[in-house]
Design a binder for this molecule. Structure first.
Ligand code: SAH
Length: 266
């Protein structure tokens, strides 16, 4: 089975010359959660999001994905999108006028209320992306993600569009596309109907401010390593208690920062 959705299944490239497409005319269900991604690399989408659960959900219209290609908004014969940094220094900066036109295109038909539709620049300078961010964005109508390249984006266009900066983590990528796909994956799996078993969203890592307990499956004995006997006991209360204890143990060992101050000691 091919898991890569065709362009007619939710993925749509917005072009500056084209009239805004009638969003409801696409295969997505009316009111489906929507991601709009402004990028120099539209062909990198849906990427990994076109596979497995997120890909199936895209095909089924549980969410939609539009890419806005930055290039056609460029200036001059070569459609330049970047220029040298004011004040000198290495690298190139995405131009305010070019990014402005792309963001205007991306804003068509989207609510201006940033709570209902966050507009985000992926940036290592940004607020760290967390499960709480994923929950907030998944509860919105949709989200617009601006992927930077080179040294970044002219500050003025970020200010003018009230763009929020969000980071995937304390490291530097060459562009925002991988960060955008990671964040969208975290959002899409929270949308109703995307995961088969809704309960798995409830008890996994971070939902209860704890890391998840370890998992085991067949074979019961593997290379001399047994599954913890309590998991085979059929005693659901004991299993739940064991899982909670393991979650606490792992969180104390690996991420004590997630625990309330009085809960950090064994
Ligand atoms: N000069 C910038 C880094 C530019 S990296 C700085 O030092 O802050 C090029 C692009 O990659 C950025 O514009 C951003 O969109 C993306 N990017 C890099 N690291 C990222 C991260 N940790 N989270 C989200 N986006 C990131």
């Amino acid at each position: 089975m091919s898991e890569t959705p065709s362009k007619s299944h939710g993925r749509l490239s917005l072009r500056p010359s084209a009239q805004p497409r009638d969003l409801m005319a696409e295969t997505a269900r009316p009111g489906a959660w929507e991601a709009r991604v402004v990028t120099l690399l539209p062909d990198a989408f849906p990427g990994v999001l076109g596979h497995s659960l997120t890909g199936r959900a895209l095909q089924e219209g549980l969410w939609r994905l539009e890419t806005v290609d930055l290039r056609p908004f460029g200036v001059g014969r070569h459609l330049n999108v970047d220029d040298t940094p004011a004040g000198g220094g290495a690298g190139m900066v995405l131009r305010a006028d070019v990014v402005d036109r792309a963001l205007r295109q991306a804003a068509r038909g989207a609510p201006e209320d940033r709570g209902r539709w966050p507009v985000v620049y992926l940036s290592p300078r940004g607020r760290p992306f967390t499960q709480a961010t994923a929950r907030a964005w998944a509860a919105a109508d949709g989200v617009t993600l601006l992927c930077g390249r080179f040294e970044g984006v002219d500050q003025r266009v970020l200010d003018a569009h009230a763009v929020e900066e969000v980071s995937l983590g304390d490291f530097v990528l060459t562009g925002g596309e991988i960060a955008a796909q990671a964040m969208l994956d975290a959002c899409v799996r929270l949308l109703p109907g995307v995961l088969g078993n809704a309960a798995s969203v409830e008890d996994e890592s971070f939902s209860a401010r704890l890391l998840e307990h370890p998992h085991y499956t067949r074979p019961a004995d593997w290379q001399g390593r047994a599954i913890p006997p309590v998991l085979l006991s059929g005693n659901h209360a004991a299993i739940a208690a064991w899982r909670r204890e393991e979650a606490l143990r792992l969180t104390r060992a690996r991420r004590p920062d997630l625990l309330p101050p009085d809960d950090g000691d064994p």
